[in-house]
Design a protein. Structure first.
Length: 129
């Protein structure tokens, strides 16, 4: 019975079963083994550089390449979070100063709150300490 199922014209091949190959698409699964986000970003950059020549705009056979999965999502989230933090932290600082002066009207209170926040806010590992 198993041989009859395998020879059936309706039996999907390995590449068709998980949706990796179709009439207008080709899926290639990659597994990245990296130790840090910097290594991941370098690996994704190398993948992008290797796939760039096969795009139709560069004379290749493919119209577009979609990048899906956790590594690309993680890289995008980290980048967007970093940009939002750089944009929002100065506003938070101004809000903190204004709030302390409105509520307490004291430089000492401002200093105590800033020291407390700095004590609990973790610094990135690449910042000098």
């Amino acid at each position: 019975m198993p041989s009859r199922c395998a020879s059936s014209p309706r039996a999907p091949t390995f590449s068709h079963a998980p949706g990796l190959l179709g009439p207008h698409f080709l899926g290639i699964a990659l597994e990245l083994h990296v130790r840090s986000p910097a290594d991941r970003d370098r690996m994704l950059g190398a993948i992008d550089a290797a796939t760039e020549p096969v795009l139709r705009s560069h004379g290749g056979p493919f119209e577009r390449i979609r990048r899906v999965g956790s590594p690309w999502l993680d890289a995008w989230l980290e980048h967007e979070t970093q940009m939002a933090t750089q944009r929002s932290m100065p506003l938070f600082g101004l809000f903190l100063v204004a709030l302390v002066f409105v509520l307490y009207r004291s430089w000492r209170a401002l200093l105590a709150i800033v020291i407390t926040l700095a004590w609990w806010y973790p610094l990135p590992s690449d910042w000098p300490r």
